[in-house]
Unconditional design. Sequence first.
Length: 134
Amino acid sequence: MNVQNNLVEVSTASRCLYIAPLDGLRFVAFLAVFFHHMPKFAPSLMLTTARNYGWVGVELFFLISAFLFFHLLDAEYGKAGGINIRNFYVRRFLRIYPLMIVFAVAMLAIYGSPDGNGYLRLAGLALFLDNAVI
């Protein structure tokens, strides 16, 4: 079975919205960003090029996210005959927010708060006011 048939099957199946090839693209995007933030490499054309153009990984993440948003909205429209925007964003929030908070709490537990503002920053992050508290 080729990728195109797999995409058609996934997009038409209302209960299965997972698209496996996107995992490979996500990994490529992650590697690009990872290499971009690495310190200077020993002279190597391939690694230096990967570091110089690693910002493309962020663009790829945006592309994948936009595709998935519209894919999910299209599936909901096909299944329900309409799109409930409120429920869509509530589902996104419930998927992303807990991990964001758990990660911040874990980093605070592991590294502490050297400047003493860690707990204030955590509260700001939890309330979406982090830029206002710094």
